[in-house]
Design a protein around this ligand. Structure first.
Ligand code: ATP
Ligand code: MG
Length: 474
């Protein structure tokens, strides 16, 4: 963060100074909400959660070097007291971004935000100092905390914005107003909470409504291949740039294919020319993410060749998203257990099938170890059934459905699509899946592990990579 004095911060957030001997003292360390992350000169924002109240840790934070605490009541150590800590954090982020004048790139979508944000960060990072959302900290607290890590050197601030309802993106764009706003897709993630795809589109579209006009430099980067995203063009004053495989896309992918190692490759076309890209990431869905990243980089003036090289060299910065590890015995584990929805399940299964084809000559078998996709509302049965069926259609060798009711729907879908005997099985929990796999896996096999976050299936992937260990409790 830029060094601000406690007096300046109190003024920005409309707070009262308490127990502050020197209002001219500056915040020189990071703004944190966990007292264990305090560094010398930090500002510790005390949040009252369900189980712990940050105010109880104020003293500890100051002892660890925090210059002050942002709190809702005096805490006996230097504090700026406000009515609402979240609101104050947001106001501070907004003021800091405004003072720095950093160019903000914001992105949202149903699936692929973190993957795309990581690609954008790696592409732009080559060209100028860039700060980006760590992991998936895309909400009303993570977003300001990220923005507050920007400094005078920062040229690009790349921010992931998540939404679970109408108004959420509007709130986030209000804190860190983007100049470039990207919408990836409108899928069915959180459809149960939103009520339907149109509502999801309504909520995600708040991104482009927030942008400055074309004359003021606003750019809406929209997915040409997703009709609900493309339709957002009518909701913005910004200039619209389309990315995708459709002919109308300004930044276009052509000749999209999977290489023989199962990696996505394509020819990238931008108005500055074309260049070949082979991603280091697995799964066809990353083509769309890479084209989105390319469109942002193009808007920021990067030439096509440089974008293509950066994309071809970019790795995964966030964990458990198609994380591919080969064990010494030649078994490959694909840990995509970070999250799942119907679109990402389909993409991951297609990637698994491609990896299997690439290893066909060695007699490799493909295993899909899948669990529940949460928050699907009324569509849940049909979606689980469809995923089970797709696994069979893609010729995945073995489906292991893990968990309760939804897992039985997955397995039943596979059975009804024509899986035989042991080709699809239903096991009760992660430990049972691990026991089964430990017995059955052979060198050359490829195992995909995927479910919604709440299922915790990464434990299966970790146990398989770990040798003899048990699945640890969560
Ligand atoms: N363009 C895409 N289309 C469909 N699925 C995708 C796409 N990109 C990534 N995925 C899959 O979606 C899942 C989540 O990916 P990622 O973490 O990048 O998304 P996210 O939008 O950040 O999710 P969250 O809402 O949890 O923050 C992964 O399983 C990944 O394989
Ligand atoms: Mg994310």
């Amino acid at each position: 963060m830029i060094a601000l004095s406690l007096a300046e911060i109190a003024e920005i957030v409309g707070g009262q100074a308490h127990d502050i001997p020197d209002p001219g003292a500056r915040i020189t360390g990071p703004v944190v909400i966990d007292s264990r992350e305090v560094k010398p000169g930090s500002l510790f924002a005390a949040f009252a959660g369900e189980r712990v109240d940050g105010h109880d840790y104020a003293e500890r934070a100051v002892a660890a070097g925090a210059a002050a605490v942002l709190a809702v009541r005096p805490v006996g150590v230097p504090a700026i007291v406000v009515d609402d800590v979240q609101g104050a954090l947001g106001a501070l982020a907004r003021a800091v971004v405004e003072r720095l004048g950093t160019d903000v790139v914001a992105l949202t979508g149903s699936a692929g935000k973190t993957s795309t944000k990581d690609l954008i960060a790696q592409v732009l990072g080559r060209h100028a100092p860039t700060v980006w959302t760590p992991g998936s900290l895309n909400n009303e607290i993570g977003l300001p905390l990220t923005a507050l890590t920007a400094t005078e050197e920062t040229r690009h601030l790349v921010l992931e914005m998540g939404a679970r309802g109408i108004g959420h993106i509007r709130y986030l764009t209000g804190l860190t107003p983007p100049r470039i706003g990207l919408v990836l897709n409108v899928g069915s993630a959180h459809i149960g909470e939103f009520g339907g795809r149109e509502q999801i589109a309504e909520a995600k579209g708040e991104m482009v409504e927030s942008l400055p006009s074309a004359e003021d430099g606003g750019v809406a980067v929209l997915n040409a291949d997703d009709p609900l995203v493309r339709a957002m063009a009518s909701r913005t004053k910004a200039r619209v740039t389309l990315f995708g495989e459709a002919d109308e896309a300004t930044v276009r992918g052509e000749n999209v294919r999977l290489t023989e190692t199962g990696r996505p490759a394509f020819t990238l076309h931008t108005p500055t020319g074309c260049s070949d890209v082979t991603l280091r990431l697995y799964g066809e869905h990353h083509v769309s993410n890479a084209l989105a990243a390319a469109a942002v980089a193009h808007e920021l003036g990067m030439p096509v060749q440089e974008i293509a090289t950066a994309l071809s060299e970019a790795g995964s910065l966030s964990r458990w998203r198609m994380e591919v590890t080969e064990r010494p015995d030649g078994v490959t584990i694909v840990n995509d257990a970070y999250n799942a929805n119907p679109e990402s399940m389909r993409a991951a299964l297609r990637a698994l099938a491609a990896m299997g084809r690439a290893r066909e000559a060695q007699g490799a078998r493909t295993w899909a170890v899948l669990g529940r996709m949460a928050e699907l509302g009324d569509a849940s049965l049909a979606e689980h059934d469809a995923v089970g069926r797709l696994a069979v259609r893609l010729n995945v060798s073995k489906l292991v459905a893990v968990g309760d009711r939804e897992a039985s729907w997955l397995q039943l879908g596979a059975y009804n699509e024509g899986s035989w005997g042991e080709e699809s099985v239903h096991v009760s929990d992660a430990q049972a899946a691990v026991d089964l796999l430990r017995r059955e896996l052979r060198p050359g096999d490829v195992v995909l592990v995927k479910a919604s976050r709440s299922v915790g299936l990464e434990q299966v992937a970790l146990a398989l990579l770990d040798g003899e260990g048990e699945v640890s409790g969560r």
